[in-house]
Design a protein around this ligand. Sequence first.
Ligand code: HEM
Length: 361
Amino acid sequence: MIIRPSWLHFRESSRVWIEDRLRLKPLIDLLAKKLVPRHKYSFWYLFGGLALFFFIVQIVTGILLLLYYSPTPNTANESVRVIVNQVSFGWLVRSLHSWSANLMIATVILHLFSTYFMKAYRKPRELMWVSGVFLLFLVLGFGFTGYLLPWDTTAYFATQIGTEIPRSIPVLGEFIVRLLRGGEFIDEESLKRLFALHVVILPLITLAVVLFHLILNQVHGTSIPIGIRSLREPIPFFPNYLFRDAIAWIAALILLFGLCLIFPVQIGPKADPFASAPVGIKPEWYFLTLYQTLRIVPAAILGVNSETIVNVCVGIAGAFLLMTPMIDRKARMEQYSSGFTWIGVVAIFYVIIAISLAYLT
Ligand code: HEM
């Protein structure tokens, strides 16, 4: 007779107890059925999972911040000071929220470029790509709407400038500015609106789109880049690949805590709407490409002002991004589309040069 150690017996009976109640087996079988290909670019598959990780950190830390944050011009800045100086670990939660936001946006951009270069948008994953582009807009929306919430001088004037940019969009510009601000200037109404967008509207929409994105990923499995020959045995998503994801998440957590401990996020003086805007005010790094483009385009070309031109160009770039799977005919036929690869390379160079110039000049 085999005598089993008591802890093994306990583990088995707990497993049966949980299985009897939650009936997880079909879900686990489904996850195990999905195979993840292994080749020289498989490292890049980790970035989707990392974006998901940072999004979860945002939700958890955001809920904790909500316990103390107060969204009115009189109380917002003070409530953030209370979080940082008086609430236990408040400074850490705030730094985690802010650093994780930056890392989430960086990860989403890396994930976008990696899926772009691997042509993972080709049939049947077109809607994964389209939902991904919406996720990019949504995470940038989080960055934009969250910026004003501490109601400090930089946040106030940067949002005043940022919400002015859409004004020159043909037909819709005026409407968008008033919609964002809730009036002509940044004031109490604007703070209420951006707060509602940041903590309710954007999270609900993002959750739904992330779910759609992940379900499609499960349905179609992971793509193999065109022309990859040296394939090793694929591995099941559950538990093998999930284990790799978990290692990446732990590394991300260590990086996140390291950044918070070395560079805790600061808060500036309470905004004074009647003061003049500080000189040399710049947006967050993820809006610097747009900022620098607005700086280098001449004030008017053929009588059309620079902001209108830049807004139209951004619209065209956004539409190109959304439509990539439909317009890349070669990838649709499983042929390598080097033209699209070059467009991606030029885009990366442009972004790097624009951000560097914005920082240096
Ligand atoms: C909050 C933002 C996002 C989250 C949480 C997310 C999550 C994920 C996850 C977990 C995967 C599976 C693992 C992988 O292949 O990387 C995936 C795959 C994919 N994602 Fe995203 N993603 C996001 C944004 C984006 C963006 C911005 C794009 C592109 C515009 C995109 C396009 C894709 C595509 C095409 C795949 C399929 C990759 C393949 O099968 O090879 N995603 N995403």
